[in-house]
Design a protein around this ligand. Sequence first.
Ligand SMILES: [Fe+2]
Ligand SMILES: [Fe+2]
Length: 193
Amino acid sequence: MSDHRPTTETTTDEADVVDLLLRQHALIRDLFDEVETGGDRAGAFRRLVRMLAVHETAEEEIVHPVARRVLDGGEDVIDERLAEEHEAKEMLDRLDQLGPDDPEFDKNLQVLRAAVLAHARSEERYEFTLLRALTNEAERRSMTLGVKAAEAMAPTRPHPGVESATANVLLGPPVAIMDRTRDLIRKAMGTDG
Ligand SMILES: [Fe+2]
Ligand SMILES: [Fe+2]
């Protein structure tokens, strides 16, 4: 898996990690809409799983550790966010096992959606704003690189070249996707030892 490199999808102009994360939160909201109302629910759900796996893993590996260090009361704030992320992953796994055709899927999707969006609001309110104020440009640039490298693995739209290059990373249950994403982020950040 060492041949994974950031692709053209990562060369956006967003230099600030907070802007990047806010855009991902908006994408996640859109993907929930698509799973609920779109024609290709199974495909939209796969894209939602990828986006959530990549987003939450990037936060856990790259963003939360910095916030834990620089925020006043960072330990408590980040412990709460990690507990929410853990809960969301379990819900995501349950949903993945059910699949969109199961009669229980919609009810479970609503619960996950509410939890994920409340979690994102808490991050925006208690973490991201302060992170922007309390970090310097070099710190934010380094976080941006890691988040973009992770994002390159989760195309939210069908994209032939990227799909085939990332196929192995993105197959399987959410937990497996997250584990592989974590490995790739650590490689990109040079923290894989
Ligand atoms: Fe998060
Ligand atoms: Fe988030």
